[in-house]
Design a protein around this ligand. Structure first.
Ligand code: ADP
Length: 255
């Protein structure tokens, strides 16, 4: 993913809102990058533009050398609000993306069964979203996105609505999934702990209009269990540095 000189303003009745100013980002294939920053700094806006849901005012976005002009199956998006179809069951929700791209019936069934196992929802296949917990719904949303096997995952605060313990469990699942598939991941979060725990690189955005002001490489050992990682001094030192960087941006007066 190659983003150059991206600018975005929202036009509102009571004046324009500058959301992004001169954003430049390169994400390598297979890399896991998180974007952190103060609330309202333009993180979601950046992700929507990468997803092709809204356009930028200036600048270019290329994925694999091709200009992004709209949504595409190469980029799977997961939002905080699970965005499941309430009238479809777990399997029907997961199957939806597959049917859209013309996968054969047998292949659909195999893929859906595999994904239901991956997200640990065997026995819940025929439940509707309203019959599931928040964590289960988000797992279905992720499985639905994985079903059509996008090369890139764009995640917007995907665990934001979950309680702390469920959130940790989901982070670990995402980490395992990324280690197994090496998909390219761009994730927006306001949780510095989550960013350092999951990603290889953390980008810090300024107050609105958002710019990338700082970048941290995360070279920590993630081969052990969560407890081993989070008790590690390198992890804690880096987390504190990123936290201070975000605090500094949050405290800076917006222009
Ligand atoms: P973040 O994800 O970092 O919290 P957003 O990208 O959601 O930030 O929003 C950036 C800024 O743009 C905010 O100040 C928000 O109020 C404003 N904004 C977002 N969407 C719109 C819109 N459709 N119209 C006008 N202003 C918007």
């Amino acid at each position: 993913i190659c983003v150059k000189n991206l600018n975005k303003r929202y036009r509102a009745r009571d004046g324009d809102v500058p959301a992004l100013a001169d954003v430049n980002i390169d994400v390598a294939e297979g890399e896991f990058v998180t974007i952190v920053g103060p609330s309202g700094c333009g993180k979601s806006t950046l992700l929507y533009i990468l997803g092709g849901f809204i356009g930028a005012d200036a600048g270019t976005i290329e994925v694999n050398g091709k200009s992004v002009t709209g949504p595409g199956v190469d980029r799977g998006v997961v939002f905080q609000e699970y965005a499941l179809f309430p009238w479809l069951t777990v399997t029907q929700n997961i199957r939806y993306g597959l049917e859209m791209n013309g996968t054969s019936r047998q292949r659909c069934e195999e893929t859906v069964a595999r994904l239901v196992r991956t997200i640990g929802l065997q026995g819940f296949e025929h439940r509707f979203p309203r019959e599931l917990s928040g964590g289960m719904k988000q797992r279905v949303a992720i499985a639905r996105t994985l079903a059509y096997d996008p090369k890139i995952l764009l995640l917007d605060e995907p665990f934001g609505a979950l309680d702390a313990l469920t959130r940790e469990g989901m982070q670990d699942e995402l980490l395992r999934l990324w280690q197994a598939t090496r998909k390219t991941v761009v994730m927006v979060t306001h949780d510095v702990n989550e960013a350092v725990y999951l990603s290889e690189r953390v980008l810090v955005m300024s107050q609105r209009p958002g710019r990338i002001v700082q970048e941290f490489q995360v070279a920590i050992d993630r081969t052990g269990e969560r407890d081993v990682t989070v008790l590690n001094d390198d992890f804690n030192q880096l987390r504190n540095e990123v936290w201070l960087a975000v605090r500094k941006q949050a405290a800076a007066r917006s222009m």
